[in-house]
Design a protein around this ligand. Structure first.
Ligand code: ADP
Ligand code: AMP
Length: 213
């Protein structure tokens, strides 16, 4: 099964990706996580991506598309993959479609997680992430058992540089301008399902599970 998780920054894509990849045994590919990994390693790609991420802007399409298409061609994606944060505009969606067509693969479902802007702001400003396994926590909604420590792997929790109010605003504007048109794009293709993301993570997961099973 090949899936796309679509939603604004903070909608809960990473949170739901953990349930989905565990349930269906498919590879979780998060474009933002890949960029942050390469930036932390100090690679040319990572440092270039960081200059856009720090401003809350999208990383240019050629860099992003190449990175994701290479990753989707990896062996562990043969049994299925889950894209989280990609595509983020029409050009990326078209490049993905063209690449999948060549290999005879399709996207089975696009899950759009819908959440209001007010709620997104609260979620992003209280988000903490594990440096090692990228599990997201929230200081109010979903705190770790021990402050500053990941429940799953004991890794250190940190707040992302771009989870600051001014950068969050830019990221939401980018989402509205560039990514929202994908809702119509996939609706026309007939594989978009919408879930109410303003419920508990467990309830959102039950809704998604029912829609993709
Ligand atoms: P995204 O990957 O879409 O940017 P995350 O999964 O990282 O979003 O979630 C953003 C923040 O909101 C995190 O702090 C997470 O713990 C919290 N969160 C995720 N889903 C929910 C939910 N259904 N209700 C409340 N908080 C949530
Ligand atoms: P995320 O972790 O999904 O919130 O992404 C963090 C940042 O990485 C975004 O604000 C962008 O700068 C960059 N990014 C992630 N995915 C993409 C993408 N598909 N296209 C362009 N930029 C991206």
């Amino acid at each position: 099964m090949n899936l796309i998780l679509l939603g604004a920054p903070g909608a809960g894509k990473g949170t739901q990706a953990a349930y989905l990849s565990a349930e269906f045994g498919i590879a979780h590919i998060a474009s933002g996580d890949l960029f942050r990994k390469y930036a932390a390693q100090g690679t040319k790609l990572g440092l270039e991506a960081k200059s856009y991420m720090d401003k809350g802007q999208l990383v240019p399409n050629p860099i992003t598309i190449n990175m994701i298409l290479e990753r989707v061609a990896d062996k562990d994606c043969a049994a299925g993959f889950l894209l989280d944060g990609f595509p983020r505009n029409i050009e990326q969606a078209e490049a993905l479609d063209a690449a999948l067509k060549k290999t005879g693969k399709i996207i089975d479902r696009v899950v759009y997680i819908k959440v209001s802007n007010d709620e997104l702001l609260k979620r992003l400003s209280g988000r903490w992430i594990c440096r090692d396994c990228q599990t997201p926590y929230h200081e109010v909604n979903n705190p770790p058992k021990t402050k500053g420590k990941c429940d799953k792997c004991s890794g250190e929790l940190y707040q992302r540089d771009d989870d600051k109010p001014a950068t969050i605003q830019n990221r939401l504007v980018e989402f509205n301008k560039q990514t929202e048109p994908l809702i119509e794009y996939y609706t026309k293709k007939g594989n978009l399902v919408e879930v109410n993301g303003t419920q508990t993570p467990e309830k959102v997961w039950l809704d998604i599970k029912a829609m993709v099973s």
